[in-house]
Design a protein around this ligand. Structure first.
Ligand code: NOJ
Length: 977
């Protein structure tokens, strides 16, 4: 095999991968923009535009006579020509969707070849619904439509040069091609000459004519300089990309004239508010790259690409939030600049594909999230157990190892829901096939784990060992569903964990049913199935960028061929999503009735949220990585991937106890909570630590479990609304400029919990920004803090997590320690009522069976808890009401609750579950009575502290109502006078 031009045995490669634990990241394995021909061309174009200044003019223009408004006015289309290549015609299409989103598409007409036009087929949840209410007005030099409930949104398409602008209230919000960087390199024959040389202005023209000609000449000459760069072939290290189709890149500038912050385009290890990459004093000097790659030991601050790509960007200011979803599956680079305060210019360059861009008009953060979720789907509601703690390492080495780790968790009273097996469970890395020497009894082992209502997750990678005694490879080969090499014939062969391997082409529909068959746990007539497994096992899909150890940039050659004849370059960033999608479908089909699948993926694309969870890959055990992991998980949340997390402890390295404790404190407040470690690291299961570290981690795990009702309610909310689970400051307080760049603290769902995990060595204090006047209660001490748009400083010793309840919130918890989360099903609840300065509060609780799809038939409990002034006016009434009945439609698709009945089977099954304690914070005066609304007195005690009203700070007054006797799933009132 070849690596950097030399023959290297596979074992050395494995060693190389593993030994990188101690060496520095080899950034040279991945391209910079200047090493990628199309990025170089795109950036050079931007450079020439900048140099030409006001003389720069986009050569793209609409042919006015070609404008067609569809009969039902739903869409308009027009022919576009570029003055540089007058023989080439493009078609521009614009649609306004029902929710005001604008879809812009442009493709070459009757080109030599078809540009890749299927990215949206994979990313979109369904065909978007086009509005029939739009009236296009065709003018002399533009087409426009004015729409929206207040008729305040307009989209204007200028003919020459072509420019597309989305406005609100007459002000520009999003501008496409305002800088004139739009360019679709058309397909051409290799022999086609470069454009004609530019002419020098003629003598004797009058001033105006000359100026006009100078402008045209400048623009034409500026477009091309020298020989075509990397059109037909391109080399990187030892690899050469034969580009049989020639140049086909896509360049587009997208500007946000009124927005000083942009977020999104995960995944990168950087701040949430994206730092600049170009312009004076830019923070990075490389553009953000979207090219799914196995960048192990990645840098903690870099625009380099990582494992997943979501070409979605939000732009935000105090006046509005808007978004752009640029649906491209090929490698893309994005430059970000702030030409002046309060505005952002971006430049997107992609290797191939049609232009297919959605403009999301907002105007609030919730609106853009819903607009994006309507396009690509909401995150799927996971099984409840998946929100518990996951214990992983590379590797638990035998069935007995798994059993003894489980036993140690129980002996030491650490809750845990899931044990994971990495690649060493398999014989020679032939996934599905157990290494029977070490795992002689996989089903018994799994059932031993399942006995305590726990689960196992097992890894299945996409590379198939090329050997005839591996039925999975043999069947795939016979079916002809493997990715093909550049010749378009035979099977592509590359190297990964299993040595010489091939990859299933999940773009080929012929692979789908076959993949489902593999996961069946009973024998199948038509070949291999995983009878050594159970119907509850979850699946971990790794290495699906795909990672190819001896391939360019540790991935597949771009000229490999997929189903439909598309080159790998066209679909590279989508590839990983198809793998996790098909695994998800396979687990869905595994049992009847189906259970909610659990699939973790490393590689992802827009829409991956429909198929499960992701994690941030091979991070390092450093404080920097711990800190940036939070920002990355926030960015992934904004990109729709709410179910995300980072390896707790750091994948590489041996974290010291303090760091490990802090990492658990971070992980416990992330949606996906898994500890994982590289094969070369020392064992670091939490029970191995000395005191006090061990007990602190036990408390952290228990805190996670206590808060599971809050987490599950938050997951359910995002599964119907698309609003991320983790909400940074700008989402909560979109008008508070001071919060726009804050990315080290966040709110969880709509719960009102605010957390600032500590990621600094030796910290004893933390500063937390409170973006409003409201009382914030320390979760543990009930101390009232009032930040009022300022930082507060709080204690943050190793055992202390800065965690606050926003005044006005009610948090449901389950406080009894259990070994795993399903064992909590019938446990009673505690309600923490944190009054606001109006002495009000509200909160929600969502419950269902946590594992089936019965909730889609209305089998769930969804309650609203409220605290408000009692009828007599002086006291407070606490109440519980059926939110599902009160809010018959709450989903982005409006359907989620249609089947709901208050007396559903699930609700009946939990009717004995009681509220065992209600803690009311901030009452500010001892009550004279606490009773049910029928007047039955309840038991309570009271600590006299600070009230929610007024400006005081200090420990809040605490009223504890003991065993109020009310059910968590029925209506009730409790009156405090
Ligand atoms: C790479 C993954 O990122 C890591 O989590 C895993 O342990 C190794 N592959 C081995 O499967």
């Amino acid at each position: 095999m070849r690596l950097s031009g030399q023959l290297v045995p596979f074992t050395s490669l494995l060693f190389l991968y593993c030994s990188l634990t101690v060496s520095a990241l080899k950034t040279g394995d991945w391209k910079t923009c200047s090493q990628s021909a199309f990025c170089r061309r795109g950036r050079a174009l931007a450079g020439r535009a900048k140099e030409a200044g006001a003389n720069w003019k986009s050569p793209y223009a609409i042919e006015p006579t070609s404008v067609v408004v569809a009969a039902d006015e739903a869409a308009f289309s027009a022919a576009v020509k570029s003055s540089i290549y007058p023989d080439i015609t493009f078609k521009l299409d614009l649609q306004v969707l029902d929710d005001g989103v604008v879809r812009v598409r442009m493709d070459e007409v009757d080109g030599l070849r078809q540009r890749y036009n299927e990215a949206s087929n994979w990313a979109l949840n369904s065909e978007p619904s086009v509005s029939k209410q739009i009236e296009w007005t065709v003018g002399k030099g533009d087409v426009r439509a004015v729409y929206g409930a207040k008729k305040d949104i307009s989209v204007v398409v200028n003919f020459s040069p072509l420019k597309i602008t989305l406005l609100r209230g007459g002000k520009e919000e999003i501008v496409l091609n305002g800088e004139g960087l739009l360019h679709l390199e058309h397909f051409r024959n290799k022999a086609e000459p470069p454009p004609a040389p530019t002419e020098v202005p003629e003598e004797g023209l009058d001033g105006e004519e000359e100026a006009q000609q100078v402008m045209e000449v400048n623009s034409a000459s500026s477009w091309f300089e020298g020989e075509p760069d990397g059109y037909w072939e391109e080399s990187f290290l030892s690899w050469t990309d034969k580009k049989p189709k020639g140049p086909e890149s896509l360049s587009l500038d997208i500007n946000f004239p009124r927005h000083g912050h942009v977020y999104g385009i995960p995944q990168h290890a950087t701040g949430l508010s994206l730092p600049t990459t170009t312009g004076e004093d830019s923070f990075f000097d490389e553009p953000y790259r979207l090219f799914n790659a196995d960048v192990f030991e990645y840098l903690a601050s870099s625009p380099m690409s990582l494992y997943g790509s979501i070409p979605l960007m939000y732009a935000h200011s105090a006046s509005s939030t808007v978004g752009v979803f640029h649906v491209v599956g090929s490698e893309s680079w994005i430059d970000v600049a702030h030409p002046k305060d309060g505005s952002t210019n971006t430049h997107w360059v992609s290797e191939s594909g049609i232009l297919d861009t959605f403009l999301l008009p907002g105007p609030t953060p919730e609106d853009v999230f819903a607009q994006y979720a309507r396009l690509t789907g909401t995150p799927v509601l996971p099984a409840h157990w998946a929100l518990g703690y996951h214990q992983c390492r590379w590797n638990y080495v035998s069935s007995d190892d798994v059993r003894s780790v489980q036993q140690r968790f129980d002996e030491e009273d650490f809750p845990v829901d899931v044990f994971w097996l990495d690649i060493e469970y398999s014989e020679e890395h032939k996934y599905f096939i157990w290494d029977k020497k070490n795992f002689p009894d996989p089903v018994d082992m799994t059932q031993d784990v399942e006995k305590i209502a726990r689960k196992m997750v097992v890894i299945i990678d996409p590379h198939l060992k090329r050997t005839q005694d591996y039925p999975v490879y043999k069947e795939a080969s016979e079916l002809g569903i493997l990715v093909k090499p550049s010749s378009g014939e035979g099977e592509y062969e590359g190297w990964c964990w299993s040595g010489s391997s091939s990859w299933v082409d999940f773009f080929n529909p012929g692979s789908w049913d076959w993949w489902k068959k593999l996961f069946k746990t009973t024998p199948q007539e038509n070949g291999f199935s995983w009878i050594d497994s159970t119907e509850s096992v979850g699946i971990w899909n790794d290495m699906n960028e795909p990672s190819v150890f001896n391939g360019p940039e540790i991935s597949m050659p771009r000229d490999n061929v997929h189903y439909g004849g598309w080159e790998h370059r066209d679909v590279h960033n989508i590839n990983g999503m198809l793998f996790s999608n098909q695994t998800w479908q396979a687990l869905l089909a595994r049992s009847n009735p189906p259970k909610r699948p659990f699939v973790l993926t490393r590689s992802f694309f827009a829409g991956s949220q429909r198929f499960g969870a992701m994690w941030t890959g091979d991070n390092m055990g450093t404080w920097e990585h711990m800190a940036v992991g939070i920002k990355m998980v926030l960015a992934n949340n904004l990109g729709g991937m709410s179910f995300s997390g980072s390896d707790v402890g750091g994948f590489f390295g041996n974290p010291e106890p303090e760091m490990l404790v802090r990492w658990y404190e971070v992980g416990a407040f992330g949606p996906f909570f898994r500890a994982h470690a590289h094969i070369d690291t020392k064992r670091r299961e939490p029970y191995l630590l000395d005191e006090p570290y061990k007990s602190i981690i036990r408390d952290v795990l228990r805190l996670r479990y206590k808060l599971l009702p809050m987490w599950y309610t938050a997951f359910r909310e995002t599964s119907v609304t698309g609003i991320p689970i983790l909400r940074p400051q700008f989402v909560m307080f979109p008008k508070d400029e001071a919060g726009f760049a804050i990315d080290d603290q966040y709110y969880i769902g709509s719960s009102g919990l605010l957390v600032k995990p500590v990621t600094e060595k030796g910290a004893t204090e933390a500063t937390v920004y409170l973006g409003e006047k409201q009382a914030y209660y320390d979760y543990f001490t009930s101390h009232i803090h009032r930040g009022n748009q300022k930082n507060i400083t709080v204690k943050a010793e190793l055992h202390q997590i800065p965690l606050f309840i926003r005044g006005g919130s009610i948090i449901p918890t389950r406080e009894r320690p259990r070994r795993s989360s399903p064992l909590m099903k019938m446990d009673p609840f505690t309600l923490r009522v944190a009054l606001d300065d109006q002495r009000k509060a509200r909160g929600e609780l969502y419950l269902d069976d946590g594992e089936t799809f019965a909730h889609e038939q209305g089998n769930f409990v969804w309650r609203e808890f409220k605290a408000e002034a009692s009828k007599k006016g002086k006291g407070i009434t606490l109440s519980s009401l059926d939110l599902a009945a009160a809010r018959p439609s709450d989903a982005v698709d409006g359907k989620a609750l249609s089947e709901y009945r208050g007396t559903n089977d699930f609700a009946a099954s939990v009717s004995p579950v009681k509220v065992e304690r209600i803690v009311v914070l901030g009452l500010g005066g001892k009550p004279t009575s606490v009773s049910t609304d029928s007047g039955a007195p309840l038991e309570w005690d009271y600590y006299d502290g600070v009230a929610a009203v007024g400006k005081k700070e200090g420990v809040a007054s605490i009223l504890t109502i003991k065993n109020p006797g009310v059910s968590v799933s029925s209506d009730w009132n409790i009156v405090i006078e």
